[in-house]
Design a protein around this ligand. Structure first.
Ligand SMILES: Nc1ncnc2c1ncn2[C@@H]1O[C@H](COP(=O)(O)OP(=O)(O)OP(=O)(O)O)[C@@H](O)[C@H]1O
Ligand SMILES: [Mg+2]
Length: 327
């Protein structure tokens, strides 16, 4: 077991010159948003055009940066080359619902079924996975837009990426099958119709676009030259357990894991015999879990960050964090 960092965050980024999509995953409250912000600032300072984006409906980028970045890509005051963007998920969900409503209406008309589309729309959209997939689509849109050199996503769609990739084969089988039956139905209809004119088929167009976007997203997300997921943990049992599980899934699905960042480590230099028991006990606990971290994530630890006196908010503390992250 080695107990030092072999490949630091800085070296990892330096070794991956084409790295374009960075994600931060981990248990709630471990510092994903702060670390995404710090990373984006550091990358922007290297002269790259950086997009720091969040698809989380409970946004925190505006709070982190002390600037309103909701609803549109916004240049961050005081950091050239850095844009931040809290994507309006409510808006996307409404748009997705409308799209589905249009498709279903078209299909019902096409199949001569006289039922109200609304019932189908409700059942298609009234589940939590719909919201999640709308957010995922938002993210893919931004990634495919290609306006920036680097994209740092605050919300790691961990479960989502895993599901997407796990399902992608099923998706493409399903879409191909749908396409085939849509094709058959269309030629039958054309055969029976008097006019014989070729009809535009929006459902088919949608399926083809959907399949292609899935394919592209899969390609990007599984390319270790372009994509890296960083997992944030604290030296504590539950956050370690959470990322152990995530990393296992990601390996199974071939999603590139950039490494592990350990956050909120108490600075031992500030602790001595006279320190309160509470502090000494916590330091001892962190020590025990650091042993576990080194063992479990051998060769994958990219940075160890201290617990700061204050919360990480605003450019000044973020820059300090960035400097500690990219040493
Ligand atoms: N190294 C640190 N030292 C001190 N405070 C920190 C540190 N890292 C993060 N924080 C603070 O801890 C809190 C949680 O951090 P953050 O919001 O980045 O976590 P998160 O993983 O994004 O949480 P969520 O899961 O809710 O999105 C914030 O108040 C942040 O300022
Ligand atoms: Mg967060």
């Amino acid at each position: 077991m080695t107990t030092s960092i072999e490949t630091s965050m800085k070296k990892y980024v330096g070794d991956h010159q084409r790295l374009k999509y960075l994600f931060f995953g981990g248990k709630g409250g471990v510092g994903k948003t702060a670390l995404a912000g710090a990373t984006a600032i550091w990358l922007a300072k290297q002269g790259r055009r950086v997009m720091l984006a969040s698809t989380n409906p409970v946004h925190s980028l505006s709070g982190l940066l002390g600037q309103n970045v909701f609803g549109k890509p916004t240049l961050v005051d005081g950091v050239p080359n850095l844009w931040a963007y809290e994507i309006d998920t409510k808006d996307t969900i409404e748009r997705s619902k409308q799209e589905i409503r249009d498709k279903i209406q078209w299909f019902l008309k096409f199949a001569d079924i006289s039922t109200k589309a609304e019932e189908f729309v409700e059942s298609a959209t009234m589940n939590p996975a719909f919201e999640e997939s709308a957010m995922f689509e938002n993210m893919v849109d931004l990634m495919l837009g290609g306006e920036y050199d680097v994209y740092v996503f605050d919300t790691a769609p961990t479960a989502n990426a895993r599901r997407l990739l796990g399902m992608s084969q099923v998706y493409s089988l399903w879409v191909n099958k749908m396409l085939k039956s849509r094709d058959d139905a269309r030629s039958l209809r054309e055969l029976l119709s008097f006019t014989k004119k070729k009809e535009k088929d929006p459902l088919m167009d949608y399926l083809v676009t959907f399949r292609d976007r899935m394919g592209k997203a899969r390609e990007m997300l599984t390319d270790s030259a372009q994509t890296a997921f960083f997992f944030v943990t604290l030296p504590e049992a539950l956050p370690i357990a959470v990322i152990t599980r995530f990393i296992g899934w990601f390996h199974d699905f071939g999603i590139p894991v950039g490494g592990v960042i350990v956050n909120m480590i108490i600075d031992k230099k500030q602790v001595n015999d006279k320190s309160p028991d509470f502090v000494k006990n916590r330091v001892a606990m962190q020590d025990r879990y650091m042993t576990e971290v080194w063992e479990k994530f051998e060769g994958m630890v990219r940075a160890n960050l201290p617990l700061y006196e204050k919360e990480v908010r605003g450019l000044e503390t973020l820059t300090t964090m960035a400097d500690n992250l990219f040493v």
